[in-house]
Design a protein around this ligand. Structure first.
Ligand SMILES: Cc1cc2nc3c(=O)[nH]c(=O)nc-3n(C[C@H](O)[C@H](O)[C@H](O)COP(=O)(O)OP(=O)(O)OC[C@H]3O[C@@H](n4cnc5c(N)ncnc54)[C@H](O)[C@@H]3O)c2cc1C
Length: 413
């Protein structure tokens, strides 16, 4: 007879000959989703709405804990997904791009281009809707490993220092840039990333219109940007870059100290500090097999150029929910071949090349020249396109594209 599941050292131990594994399994699910970030929250609700039994788990005790994103949503996302209005800040239409010598290039749009999500609240709201759709939620639970059996996988989880086991027909890795699920499923893993750190500030006077200040400065932000977004209510001040080339926290301190001429931070109060890895190597190629698939950052679904990952989270989750539901309904493996990173990568070729180019610019002087060239009409419209264009993540299957109107009624936000 086997010992009780709790406290068993590992599954190999648990499934040794003679062990009745059924006595160890906590529950059996159609789908288990590891990670309750935007990708996991969105996918879990959609799958539960397709009448599947879904478990969503996260090692965090609450979804609002340790938010790591700035939370800038772009126009295309705001138009296509009905994000709850009270979870979004005022619209931003203006961008100022600064060269290393702080020469400015002003970009303006006639549309509401960006909104800063109030992310803790937004995650809570997504979770509420997922639970209402039938998702079972297990916070404080870490995914450790998975073993493939004939018709399902057995998951080894850690909850309150105890090991527990769950069985699932399908496993979804929405567990971020360093995905343990990807490695357990022997799918591709992210190899290239930048790191970003930021502070969220209050009590900062807004002069003029809400604005996204972007600083191209290889010293402070090697391979990416430093930013200060002021939407009139909050200011997010941050730096990002290749971790081998800078000390993010020291760069943030230096950046903040030099911001005084642009934003008056004298009365500012830091209300939150955020940070994390951002995969920038493009969507991974091998994203799915018959045991499971990857979503969001775990799938590398982040724009290699802008490092925006929130729009891809929502779009890819929608597509994945359709693929998984179909696969679990009729078991045809061909359904999974439609969930291939190769299909998405084709849309990112130019952005991957631009990432390679940006990665190579290490000198302030070269960046200064690049910024000066952006004043030329052709490159100026290119800068407009980068900031205000609508070229985010592709909608792979037009039939799954959701309009704000129809998903608003489905979501009842
Ligand atoms: C500083 C910073 C700023 C950014 N700003 C923007 C922005 O303004 N706009 C934009 O579009 N994108 C931005 N991004 C990128 C964007 O935030 C991410 O692409 C997006 O949040 C990824 O969501 P996700 O659900 O895939 O992963 P995550 O939000 O990382 O969620 C993964 C979840 O999995 C859980 N988890 C991990 N491992 C395990 C495990 N073993 N067991 C159980 N749970 C586990 C984690 O606790 C976490 O909750 C930013 C990223 C960073 C780091």
């Amino acid at each position: 007879m086997c010992a009780h599941a709790w406290g068993l050292p590992n599954l190999t131990e648990a499934i040794k000959p003679g062990c009745r594994i059924s006595s160890l399994i906590m529950e059996t699910y159609d789908v288990v989703i590891v990670g309750a970030g935007l990708a996991g929250l969105q996918a879990s609700r959609l799958l539960a709405e397709n009448d599947l039994r879904v478990l969503l788990l996260d090692r965090k005790a609450s979804v609002s804990q340790s938010v790591h994103t700035t939370g800038i949503f772009v126009r295309r996302t705001l138009e296509d997904f009905p994000l709850p209005a009270d979870c979004l800040g005022p619209a931003v239409r203006d961008v100022t791009l600064y060269s290393p010598a702080r020469r400015r290039l002003e970009l303006h749009s006639n549309y509401d281009e960006f909104r800063l999500g109030r992310m803790a609240l937004l995650y809570e709201r997504f979770l509420e809707h997922a639970i209402r759709a039938g998702v079972e939620w297990m916070p404080g639970t870490q995914f450790l490993d998975a073993r493939r059996m004939k018709h399902h996988s057995i998951l080894i989880l850690k909850h309150s220092e105890a090991r527990i086991y769950a069985a699932t027909r399908y496993l979804v890795g929405a567990d971020g840039a360093c995905s343990r699920v990807a490695s357990a499923l022997q799918l591709d893993e992210n190899r290239e990333w930048i790191v970003g750190v930021e502070e969220v500030l209050e009590h900062v006077p807004l002069v003029g219109r809400p604005r996204f200040h972007c600083f191209l400065d290889p010293r402070l932000a090697p391979g990416y940007l430093a930013w200060a977004v002021h939407d009139g209510e909050q200011v997010h001040v941050g730096v990002g870059g290749y971790p081998q080339r800078f000390d993010p926290l020291a760069a943030l301190t230096q950046f903040r100290a030099g911001l005084g001429a642009i934003i008056d931070l004298s009365g500012a109060r830091v209300i939150e500090k955020r940070g994390g890895r951002i995969p920038v190597g493009g969507v991974l190629r091998h994203l799915a097999n018959r045991s499971g698939l990857l979503l969001g950052d775990a799938a590398g679904a982040v724009s290699p150029l802008t490092a925006g990952g929130l729009d891809p989270c929502l779009r890819l989750s929608q597509y994945a929910a359709q693929v998984i539901s179909e696969y679990l309904r009729d078991g045809r493996r061909e359904v999974l071949t439609a969930y291939s990173g190769e299909l998405f990568r084709a849309r990112f070729v130019s952005r991957l090349w631009m990432r390679r180019l940006i990665r190579t610019i290490r000198s302030q002087e070269l960046m200064e020249i690049g910024c000066a060239m952006m004043r030329l009409p052709l490159l100026n419209s290119f800068a407009h396109h980068i900031f205000f264009g609508r070229g985010s993540f592709p909608d792979l299957n037009p039939t799954v594209r959701t309009t704000a109107a129809d998903s608003a009624s489905a979501l009842r936000f």
